[in-house]
Ligand binder design. Structure first.
Ligand SMILES: C[S@@+](CC[C@H](N)C(=O)[O-])C[C@H]1O[C@@H](n2cnc3c(N)ncnc32)[C@H](O)[C@@H]1O
Length: 252
């Protein structure tokens, strides 16, 4: 088992815990290796939380001693489950892409769904939280500019395995898809007064410094989320949540 883990460790994405594995499997991730310290306990968990996956998990999970799990994942998840999945690539939105859609990529998104852009995010927890939001809201994808890898294990952990439910990729500002771009900034026009073009990109700045000059130059419109005077800004992930909810709550 450890040999099989080692074979996939370099390019595999760590799914840390039962919930990450559950989401990844539901959205079609390819999972070559999955281990647990207690198959019976996982079966019980699956019976109540993911009966749809009982058979898949039965066939996939191998039981290993706790010491083996600790050797593979130093701080293993309390559910005692860990797996490696093959990273999926983002679709070729308009010729600026990087390959074939991965499993689950784009599934469940609606025609005209927005694409979220995080402009040079610094916090991997925020990146994962935004992937989770995008997956739940049915957004078209999450793109990040800057140097952070949105598939970093800490981002995947914060995303609860939902990187497989929505396309996630890194793309610099000059290579963003050719779509209308609304950039979020407290100094912009109130979002409630600005129509959201179908398929628009919604861009959000970094936690410390806001939007980069390059992103501002590429933006078609600066928009603001309503906020009481004297409050400077919302947290990055909560800003994305408000914007996506605004899109979800639009009159049909
Ligand atoms: C924590 S804020 C960044 C604060 C940063 N100090 C700044 O100068 O903008 C992270 C991002 O969330 C978005 N954001 C936060 N509050 C917002 C608001 N009221 N209206 C629009 N966007 C907001 C923006 O995209 C911002 O760049």
């Amino acid at each position: 088992m450890t040999a099989e883990w080692a074979r996939h460790a370099a390019d595999g994405v760590l799914l840390d815990g039962f919930h990450a594995l559950k989401h990844a499997l539901r959205f079609g991730a390819r999972v070559p290796v999955a281990v647990t310290t207690d198959r019976l306990a996982v079966r019980e968990l699956a019976r109540s939380l993911a009966p749809d996956l009982l058979d898949v998990l039965d066939g996939l999970l191998r039981e290993v001693p706790e010491a083996t799990l600790r050797g593979l994942v130093p701080r293993a998840h309390p559910t005692g489950v860990a797996a490696l999945a093959l990273r999926s690539s983002a679709p070729d939105w308009d010729g600026a892409g990087d390959g074939v859609p991965g499993p689950g990529a784009g599934a469940g998104t609606q025609e005209g769904a927005p694409l979220v852009v995080l402009d040079n995010p610094r916090n991997l927890g925020n990146v994962g939280a935004v992937v989770r939001l995008a997956a739940g809201a049915g957004a078209a994808g999450v793109l990040t500019t800057g140097d952070l890898d949105p598939w970093h294990p800490a981002a995947v952990r914060a995303g609860a395995g939902l990187h497989f439910a929505v396309p996630v990729a890194r793309r610099q500002v000059g290579r963003l898809p050719r779509r209308p771009l609304l950039a979020f900034d407290p100094e912009g026009d109130d979002l409630r007064s600005v129509p959201l073009p179908p398929g628009a990109m919604l861009a959000f700045g970094s936690e410390r410094h806001g939007l980069t000059d390059a992103l501002r130059a590429r933006a078609d419109h600066l928009v603001a989320l309503p906020m009481r005077p004297q409050v400077s800004s919302y947290n990055l992930a909560t800003s994305v949540a408000m914007a996506l909810y605004h899109w979800m709550a639009r009159p049909s």
